[in-house]
Structure formats: structure tokens, C-alpha cells
Design a protein around this ligand. Sequence first.
Ligand SMILES: Cc1ncc(COP(=O)(O)O)c(C=O)c1O
Length: 440
Amino acid sequence: MLTCSRYFYSVTHFLSPPITTTTTTAVNHLFSRPKPLLLSPPRSYSHSHTMNQDNNKTNTHHQLHSSIEFLTQKPYSPPLWATGLGPVPSHTVSLGHLPTPIHRWNLPNLPRNTEVYLKRDDLSGMQLSGNKVRKLEFLMADALAQGADCVVTVGGIQSNHCRATAVAAKYLNLDCYLILRTSKVLADQDPGLTGNLLVERLVGAHVQLISKEEYGQIGSVALANALKEKLIKEGRKPYVIPVGGSNSLGTWGYIEAVREIEQQVEASGGRLKFDDIVVACGSGGTVAGLSLGSQLGALKAKVHAYAVCDDPDYFYDFVQGLTDGLNAGVNSRDIADVLNAKGLGYAMNTSEELKFVKEIAAATGVVLDPVYSGKAAYRMMEDMAENPAKWEGRKVLFIHTGGLLGLYDKVDQLGSLVGNWSRMDVNESVPRKDGIGKMF
Ligand SMILES: Cc1ncc(COP(=O)(O)O)c(C=O)c1O
């Protein structure tokens, strides 16, 4: 198996994701790309000025390289510390705009000497945004390897995972079938165009609605399999992606994210040595990859996962299944700290939670989604206020997992919180003349 020898390691490699020297395979004729540029091999530097100049060049090469790899398939080799896991995926498809930035997040009222940083996985791409894109890089590569002509997946009516899957599928010339869960009264109606639905419908995903009651009785696996069987009978070759893209294969997405964070920590010269990682947990794949990677690699940060549906016990068992599927030999309770952030229930918000989202946006410019990162950050801040000693002096990395389109589903509830508007009052003395204002 190939490991780091396949990567060019230079003093700047930490600033960019590892780049393979192998030839990139175009996914299909629609997306063929020129062969990647070959970068120079690692060198030793004797003078810092020269080093900076060369670093800049290498960085530009790296950035150029990843920009022409978008939507192409490439062989995968795991980080050295993950080579004991298996099965190891053979390929990935480049879908995300990676690495995502890390920056200081100046949250108000933090405990003494606590520093919070944000990993901006919400910036992993607009249509594909958030954490789902990292899992899809592996899942879509598997779909292509299996010769699928369409993908089937399942989620809630505003599922970010379903939207990201719908977009990724179309990028890769695959058809997409979505089974979306909604209320009994809405299951027979046009689902509308709010938030994620707008994107799904624009890219032509086949949306099939199911009531919560039927979903509860049948389950996501049987529903997806029923649709798969139907499609096979019609002569199609479907590939089923589980809820949230959370299976052992999808878990590699956040194992890779840990490698990316490690490289960013290195690039900071150790300034960004994190004690804790905080993330929202919905279907469990993100926390599984993060906690496993943090444990096996150099990060060794404590991973706190705020569950926005189901209880911590459910997620400990689920994460155990995912890590067992990779033969990791770990106990999920040793590697992750799963906490309850469910509140009123999945995708339901209290007015305090939405007020928090609004206040954090106004204070820091960072917009959190209300269903995942909004709830996780709310509970994290609550815990910091209640147990400041637990967090004092720690460096915390909060993973913003995206999901901003879900905000559009909350406009009615948010309306009363964002009332800053008024009619502009222009003094009579300002000269006026018809046609003077050009309206583009
Ligand atoms: C925006 C967003 N953040 C976080 C999560 C949770 O990630 P995971 O499903 O891997 O637990 C999801 C999906 O469930 C999501 O859509």
C-alpha cells in the first residue's frame, strides 16, 4: 500500500492537502481534465528568504493542482497512522474545495484564556457545502467503480446530505433518487422550493416523499432497498448511499479531514495545537472519522459531539459499528464524548437557539445553521458558562459543518429577530432630476 512516499513533502506541504503524483483519471468524457502538473520533489532549504520564495511557488503549484483535479478520480492512500484500518478505499473523487480554512472565532463571554477556532467546512463548496462533501468523495468514487448509473439516498425534507448528493451525482453524470421524509399531511403535496429542495429540484433529482409514520415503520434501509429493487427491474444500476453518508466507507472523509487539520496545525508551527474538537452529530459519520483520526494520529484532541437527534447511547453504538467496520479495535466511549443537544427535537428550534444564531452572526459574521452547528455551538456555550473550569485555558476547534440552506426553512421564526430596516429618508435639499439614477 502506498503511504506518504506518494506525496511531495516540502516545508510548505502543510498548507495544502497532500497531492498525489499519480496520473489523475478523468471521471468521464464530460469532465476530462488535463494531466496534473508535476511538482518539484522535496528539497532542503538553507536560507529563509529563498525558502519563502520557493514556498510561495510550491503553494501556487499546489493550489493550481487541486483546482484542476476538481471532479476527477484519483487513487487514495491513507495517512500513515490509518494504514492499519481496513478496508482502505482505492479511489476518491475530488468534490470539495479543500483544505477549508481555520481561523480564530471571537465568541463573546468565553471562560478565561479559552480560545475557540473555527474549521470552515461550510466553505467546502457552495452547492456541495458542509461535511457531506468529504464523505461523498469516497462514496461517489465507489459508485463509479461499481458502474452505477444512478444513486439512491434518504433523509429529512431539508436534508443537506440529500442536496449535496444530488449535486455531486449530476456533476458525475449520474441520476439521483432522493427519498425525503416529511409530515403525513405534506407527503402528498408538492414539497415546494425552500432551501435544499430548490437545489435538488433545479439539478433534476427525482424526489420521492414518505411520511414520518411510514418511515418509522419501514426504516431507511428497507425504503432505499425497495427503490433500488424497483430501479434494477427498470434496467438501472443504482448505488445506495445510507442516511447522512454515514457508513464505514464515508467515515474516511473525516479521517482525511484529520490529516488536513494535522497539516494546518503543523503549518502554524504548533500555534494551533488543539485540546478539544467540537462538532454536531446527526447520523454519526463525522464524529466517527474525527474521533478515530484524532486518536490514531498526532492530534490527540478530545472530540465532543453534540447530538441533535437520538441519544448519546445510540451514537456510541453507531460509531462503534462504523469503527468496527474499519477494524479499528477501539471503544467508541474512549474516543468520543457524545452529548445531548436535541432540545425540542430534530430540526426544531427554541427561540433561544435562533436568537443565539442571530447574535453569533451579528457578533462574529459567522452564520450557523440552526439544525446542526447552531445547536452544537449553543450547547457548547451553555456548557462553557455552566462549567468554565472545564474549558479554561483550552484551545478548541469547532467544526462548522455547513447546512446554511436549512436556514431558509426558519425564515418565519427568524423574522422577528432581524428587524433592522427602515425607509431611507432623503432630505428635500438633495437635488432630483428624472433619469439621473442609472438602474443598470
Ligand atoms: C450541516 C450538517 N452538519 C452536521 C451534520 C451531522 O453530521 P453526521 O451526519 O456525520 O453526524 C449533518 C448531517 O447529518 C449536516 O447536514
